[in-house]
Write a protein that binds this ligand. Structure first.
Ligand SMILES: [Zn+2]
Length: 164
């Protein structure tokens, strides 16, 4: 179950975030009908193992494509929105207390220091797309802060600041 930090972040983004986040996006193909099944752009549950930050309720994935499917090479028109969110999270970092953010071949640690995140040579297909986070922003909280939920005003201020 998601902690209070993730639950609050999801609620703020759903109500005050960019309109794109309220549109559905592709989730997966239905096992029987093979039709595309659509899902939410805000996903707290992860597909990783038990110790995964999502499965301990302290991470949120925000689906905002940085690259165009299905090749994931060309820049997506959604990427501008992705970077505006990354920027708002950076500005609100100390108020929010997140400790890791990943998007489009880059990651930021608990001090906001960025480093490049590129898959090992030879990694291809969805393994590369997943590792490099070309489809979503991953943002997570430390175990000690997973129920910290006093950042609403700070984050909303940055989300709605037209001058940043
Ligand atoms: Zn994630």
């Amino acid at each position: 179950m998601a902690g209070k930090a993730v639950t609050l972040l999801e609620r703020i983004l759903r109500s005050r975030g960019p309109a794109l986040l309220r549109t559905p996006c592709f989730s997966h193909y239905h096992k029987v009908t093979r039709k595309a099944v659509m899902g939410s752009r805000l996903q707290a549950a992860g597909r990783g193992g038990e110790g995964d930050a999502h499965n301990t309720g302290r991470a949120l994935d925000i689906i905002v494509y940085a690259r165009e499917p299905p090749q994931f090479e060309k820049v997506s028109i959604e990427r501008t929105i992705g970077y505006r969110l990354v920027d708002a999270f950076m500005q609100a970092r100390e108020d929010m207390r997140w400790n890791l953010m990943i998007y489009d071949q880059e990651q930021w640690d608990e001090n906001g220091i960025s480093s490049v995140r590129i898959a090992k040579p030879g990694t291809t297909g969805m393994a590369k797309v997943d590792h490099e986070h070309l489809t979503h922003i991953h943002i997570q909280f430390a175990m000690a802060d997973k129920d910290f939920d006093e950042f609403e005003d700070a984050l909303v201020g940055w989300l709605e600041n037209p001058y940043r």
